[in-house]
Design a protein around this ligand. Structure first.
Ligand SMILES: NC(=O)NC(NC(N)=O)C(=O)[O-]
Ligand SMILES: [Zn+2]
Ligand SMILES: [Zn+2]
Length: 503
């Protein structure tokens, strides 16, 4: 007996090491390093509602090594596969791609920072975000400052993060500097046509933008523009004692009329004609960020599209959820620029989105510390402008869109497909074979009260404008490149998101 034992020992040791090897193979990429709450790198996500470019199907998505390798319909998968996470009737959709977020890192991490900002993103089903070049310090306007940004992001992000670079007067006429910044991996450039509120991010005019577009054309990357031009006539209202009670929202609203947006867009269109086929900046693209005015400004954009200019436009959930009439006096959580306008404008924004005249959505998550929001003082003219929202953009869009009959496919188009295209992310934005396994699983029908007890992962939850709202749409799970980074209130132990650089 003893002898037999000894003879079998090497065999069983070999068998054990084989099994161990395969276990490690399967789980090393994710669970071992704490990148995932699900310890497998080859598995299937099953659901009765998977949103694919070919329609909504019941079936399973096969994930291997961080990518989608097959999609099977119906119950073809049942019984056959080993590792299946069956989400039943919950919706399986591509993760949201937020092309407009300010995470303020490095330099102003007390406003947000990569760890909390990307935790909030993951909890909201956002699997990729492109970080804005301002509100961090120093602003991201050169290869050196981009390097600082990448260093700040590495090992501290729970989702994938890319970067826009800043187009500012200092670099706008310096093609070599812009090319260096684009070569270093920014997905495109961003500029302001009015003061940005950030000292080291000055505004540009049409001549800077024209020059920037000619460089971007070679790279086929977009220019994103904050489109408001401060008009001299109205700007006196911005002084503290001009125009009325600074605690009243209508006082603030009057300081940034729709004519500011219209003037900026009119000016932009004098240069976007260069982007037409055969034009001097063919290949470049102009993207108008956070459109608020759904009247003349939008008409101008529609006209430019008809003429063949390469131009797109986004709006943000806060313009679709709120209207000026309901913003309480002194409630500076709602201050942003351009401002949230009246209910009639909100209605027009929704119609434009449904008609396809507005191309996509973004959060414009732009938080700060509560002290700068002047929550106690309530002075709309002095408070920081920016809405904190990234964790709730999915349920907000869905909840407020019910009235307009929005569909899951539209959500995917506005939040994943088109943003992916804008940011040059060809392996993201759709549940499709070969794409990154960036997935959100959520229950559209489940309602929740967004009150103080609700888990919020942003650094400064008290500035959130959505507190007190009842929303529909609960995120159950978020996968980034196959890693389960968020599951029902919990995040993966390690921050394993990738910095994504344009090549
Ligand atoms: N400096 C800012 O980030 N400003 C932001 N502020 C807003 N939107 O109120 C923005 O995107 O313009
Ligand atoms: Zn802006
Ligand atoms: Zn912004």
């Amino acid at each position: 007996m003893d002898l037999l034992h000894w003879k079998l020992f090497p065999l069983s040791a070999l068998l054990a090491s084989f099994l161990f090897f395969f276990y490690i193979q399967d789980s090393s990429k994710s669970s071992q390093s704490g990148c995932s709450l699900f310890p497998h790198s080859h598995y299937w996500i099953a659901s009765k509602r998977i949103v694919t470019p070919q329609g909504i199907i019941s079936g399973a998505v096969e994930i291997k090594g961080g990518s989608i390798v097959s999609i099977v319909k119906n119950k073809d998968w049942s019984g056959k596969f080993k590792q299946v996470v069956d989400y039943g009737n919950a919706v399986v959709m591509p993760g949201l791609i937020d092309v407009h977020a300010h995470l303020d890192d490095p330099g102003r991490a007390e406003w947000e920072g990569f760890p909390s900002g990307t935790k909030a993103a993951a909890a909201g089903g956002v699997t990729t975000l492109i970080d804005m070049p301002l509100n961090n310090f120093p602003s991201t306007v050169s290869t050196e400052t981009l390097k600082l940004k990448i260093e700040a992001a590495e090992k501290s992000i729970y989702v994938d993060v890319g970067f826009w670079g800043g187009l500012v007067p200092e670099n706008a006429f310096n093609a070599t500097a812009l090319e260096a910044l684009l070569d270093a991996g920014v997905h495109g450039l961003k500029s302001f046509m009015c003061p940005s509120g950030i000292d080291d991010f000055p505004m540009t005019d049409a001549s800077h933008i024209k020059s920037g577009l000619s460089v971007l054309a070679k790279y086929k990357r977009p220019l994103l523009v904050h489109s408001e031009i401060q008009s001299v006539v109205e700007s006196h209202l911005e002084t503290e004692d001009g125009g009325g009670d600074p605690r009243s929202y209508s006082t603030y609203l009057k300081t940034r009329p729709p004519s500011w947006e219209e003037a900026a867009i009119r000016e932009l269109l004098t240069v976007t004609k260069d982007t037409r086929s055969g034009g001097p900046a063919e290949g470049a693209h102009l993207h108008v960020v956070h459109l608020s005015d759904a009247s003349s400004s939008l008409d101008l954009i529609k006209e430019a599209k008809r003429r063949g200019d390469s131009i797109t436009v986004e709006t943000c959930p806060h313009y679709l959820a709120f209207s000026a009439e309901e913003i309480p006096d002194g409630d500076t959580r709602f201050k942003c620029a351009p401002p949230i306008r009246d209910a009639a404008n909100k209605e027009k924004l929704w119609n434009a989105l449904m008609e396809g005249d507005i191309d996509m959505l973004s959060s414009d998550h732009s938080p700060t510390v509560p002290e700068l929001k002047l929550l106690n003082d309530g002075n709309f003219l002095k408070a920081w402008g920016g809405i904190s929202s990234i964790q709730f953009v999915l349920p907000v869009t869905w909840s407020y869109g019910q009235k307009y009959g929005i569909t899951l496919e539209q959500l995917v188009s506005w939040w994943s497909e088109r943003p992916a295209k804008l940011a040059g992310q060809h392996s993201k934005g759709a549940i499709a074979i070969g794409n990154h396994a960036d997935v959100v699983v959520w229950e559209p029908e489940v309602e929740f009260d967004l009150n103080e007890d609700h888990p919020m992962f942003v650094k400064n939850p008290s500035i959130s404008a959505y507190i007190g709202k009842r929303l529909s749409g609960k995120v159950l799970a978020t996968f980034v490149r196959g890693n389960l980074v968020y599951k029902e209130g919990n995040h993966a132990f390690a921050a394993c998101g990738s910095t994504i650089l344009a090549t």
